[in-house]
Design a binder for this molecule. Structure first.
Ligand SMILES: Nc1ncnc2c1ncn2[C@@H]1O[C@H](COP(=O)(O)OP(=O)(O)OP(=O)(O)O)[C@@H](O)[C@H]1O
Length: 198
């Protein structure tokens, strides 16, 4: 299984390219770091790679096939602000169901307590909420995970617990991960290779 960005170009404002002619490939089971200065386009790249934004040029291919237009997306994105990624009017159980059948074992690995399922998002800490976003993203048919500053706002212990769980799961399921982060030390610890955007 391979996720490929082939000659992609993207802009928000006509002809003001954020990137162009960009090629990138990640294989199943790889954990690739992406680092670079603020504003260089890392988040934009993650959004294009996961199918949230459509590039003006080039294609995103999963095993040589374009990403599905609808239905469950095999490339999942988890970003920095879990509070913006969940519906504030849904209890956590419903949010989890958005990702399909609830996998109890996954919840346990991620340290999600049963009693949190009946809570509203604003009744959880940032770290607790992020665990739900990770669980929702790691449904059984997820093949690649884009983790965009996934643990940046969390304390060191929570950061380490979440990454520990994620690395366990992706290893078991041979999921590829693109980890976007400002933290070179974190990327050095978890990644098989790291790319730097200048
Ligand atoms: N929705 C948008 N509309 C217009 N311009 C945008 C939009 N989102 C981002 N940009 C611009 O695109 C450029 C790349 O932004 P992006 O968020 O991808 O960078 P980044 O490398 O992830 O930055 P950071 O490390 O600060 O998160 C920036 O100049 C930003 O101002």
């Amino acid at each position: 299984m391979q996720l490929e960005a082939r000659k992609i170009g993207f802009y928000y404002k006509k002809n003001r390219w954020i990137f162009r002619d960009l090629n990138f490939t990640i294989d199943a089971g790889e954990i690739v770091g992406l680092i670079g200065p603020s504003g260089c386009g890392k988040t934009t790249f993650g959004r294009v790679l996961s199918g949230y934004e459509k590039p003006q040029e080039g294609t995103i291919l999963l095993n040589e096939t374009p990403l599905p237009k609808r239905g469950y997306q095999p490339v999942q994105l988890v970003y920095q602000h879990p509070e913006k990624a969940v519906n504030p009017k849904w209890r956590m159980e419903k949010t989890l169901h958005e990702g399909g059948e609830i996998d109890r074992e996954l919840l346990e690995v991620l340290g999600i307590k049963q009693e949190w399922l009946s809570r509203w998002p604003n009744e959880l800490s940032g770290g607790e909420l992020q665990r739900f976003c990770v669980a929702r993203a790691l449904r059984s048919n997820t093949r690649f995970l884009i983790a965009d500053e996934m643990t940046t706002m969390l304390d060191a212990i929570t950061q380490s617990q979440i990454w520990h769980a994620v690395l366990d799961i992706v290893k078991q399921r041979n999921i590829g991960v693109l980890a976007i982060s400002h933290e070179a030390a974190l990327l050095k610890r978890i990644c098989t290779r790291t790319l730097t955007i200048h």
